[in-house]
Design a protein around this ligand. Structure first.
Ligand code: GLV
Ligand code: MN
Ligand code: MN
Length: 424
């Protein structure tokens, strides 16, 4: 393997352009369901439309594009030496309901801009460079997050995707097939580790550590895991006036106790560092004058410590059972997602830190509270992550925002880091 000159990368880095990044992000934000913010859920026609835009951009640059059975779009720029193991970057194009325009998209926009900078500048590099838009990263629709990258890591199976359902009862497998993907061939989406040398994802932080500390670049060392369940409480729906308090089986009162227990457990010293969220709660029949007979709610437990994550989830479930018994309501709990935290390799953290320093960009090494495709990809190849600041720390809401000059800086560090990986 021969080393190429570092002068090429400096020239390419200098062409990274915020207007182009903004144009891509604005275009993607226009591919949405009606309503506040961006709604482009996993395995919908809108998500596929966003992937087609990405694919077209990559083809315009002369890259070869493939779409795998799980819906991941992968564009490849050929290498110039005998090194066949690729370097890569990318993120996801789906969103949560009423989400923002940067979560995932920022990393795909950065990937597109890196590809453009490398192609236009003719920057010499050795390895194949792959640019990836992952499918179905958000767990908001089906519970389990990162399904595209899980398929790339070989972790997704037909029975797995056939067992996940959205709130309308549609299985992930059916949703995939409905948009022309091939759940029955999901195993073919697995990446061969021998074809990979490393992967670096740029993403918005989705918290406020970078903003509060005035640091433009975050380098992720650990990505939190998550345990997710849906809890169904069934009591007796009946007249709100005619039923005495002591004769009720009110599913919502039991659910309210469960929600408070989630907060209490996450706040106590034994579980400090864990985040527990009840983000979805449905009440039936949802009438002012009827005692709630059925409540279904989600619980999302996140932690950088996998043992504490699972211990917290177990504690919660036993407390829910005790509450249900005490309130004389029936309880049914289904696991809808379980992902371990991942420690990213120090080699990649050091490599990105060295490139940020060489670029004159202040950085801090930090954990990620959110899930990311890199979590799955790190099972296939050495993987790293670059964070850029999120205004007000807000994410998964329409107000999500990152300044374009911060995205330019992040993309420049990303390009340098991918090049350093190319040469390593
Ligand atoms: C992905 O955005 C997550 O929910 O962590
Ligand atoms: Mn997200
Ligand atoms: Mn994301």
């Amino acid at each position: 393997m021969t080393r190429t000159s570092a002068i090429g990368v400096e020239a390419a880095v200098a062409t990274v352009d915020g207007n182009r990044i903004k144009e891509f992000i604005d275009l993607m934000a226009s591919i949405t369901e009606a309503g506040p913010g961006v709604t482009r859920l996993a395995y919908t026609a809108l998500e596929r439309q966003a992937h087609e835009v990405f694919q077209a951009r990559m083809r315009e640059l002369g890259l070869a594009v493939t779409v795998d059975a799980a819906g991941n779009s992968i564009a490849e720029l050929a290498g110039t030496s005998e090194c066949s193991a690729a370097v890569g970057t990318g993120s996801h194009l789906d969103s949560v309901p009423a989400g923002g325009r940067f979560d995932g998209i920022a990393g795909v926009a950065a990937a597109v801009e890196v590809a453009r900078a490398v192609v236009d500048s003719g920057m010499p590099h050795q390895r194949p460079w792959r640019f990836v838009a992952f499918a179905a990263e958000e767990g908001a629709r089906f519970g389990q997050a990162c399904n595209g990258s899980r398929a790339a890591s070989g972790a997704s199976t037909l029975s797995g995707v056939a067992g996940l359902r959205d709130s309308a009862g549609i299985t992930m497998a059916d949703a995939m097939a409905a948009v022309g993907l091939r759940p029955d061939a999901i195993d073919t989406a697995a990446w061969d580790p021998n074809e990979w040398h490393g992967f670096i994802e740029l993403h918005v932080e989705q918290g406020n550590v970078l903003e509060v500390t005035g640091t433009p670049i975050g380098i992720v060392d650990v990505i939190s895991g998550s345990s997710r369940v849906m809890v169904e409480l069934s009591g007796t729906a009946s007249h709100s006036g005619a039923t005495p308090m002591h004769l009720r089986r009110d599913a919502l009162v039991a659910a309210a106790e469960c929600v408070l227990v989630c907060d209490q457990i996450a706040q106590n010293s034994q579980h400090r560092g864990t985040r527990v969220t009840v983000g979805k709660l449905e009440v039936e029949p949802s009438s002012i004058t009827t005692i709630p007979g059925r409540v279904v709610f989600s619980v999302d437990v996140r932690d950088v410590d996998g043992d504490r994550q699972r211990a917290t989830a177990r504690d919660l479930l036993s407390r829910f059972h005790a509450i249900a018994k005490n309130r004389d309501v029936d309880i049914d709990i289904k696991t809808i997602g379980d992902t371990s935290p991942v420690t990213l390799p120090a080699r990649l953290v050091d490599l990105v830190a060295a490139e940020a320093a060489a670029h004159g960009a202040p950085y801090r090494i930090m954990p990620s509270g959110a899930s990311h495709d890199t979590q799955q990809i790190s099972k296939v190849t050495s993987a790293g992550m670059i964070f850029v600041p999120s205004r007000g720390g807000l994410s998964h809401v329409p107000e999500e925002w990152t300044a374009y000059e911060e995205l330019v800086l992040g993309t420049q560090v990303l390009l340098r880091a991918i090049y350093a990986l190319d040469q390593a």
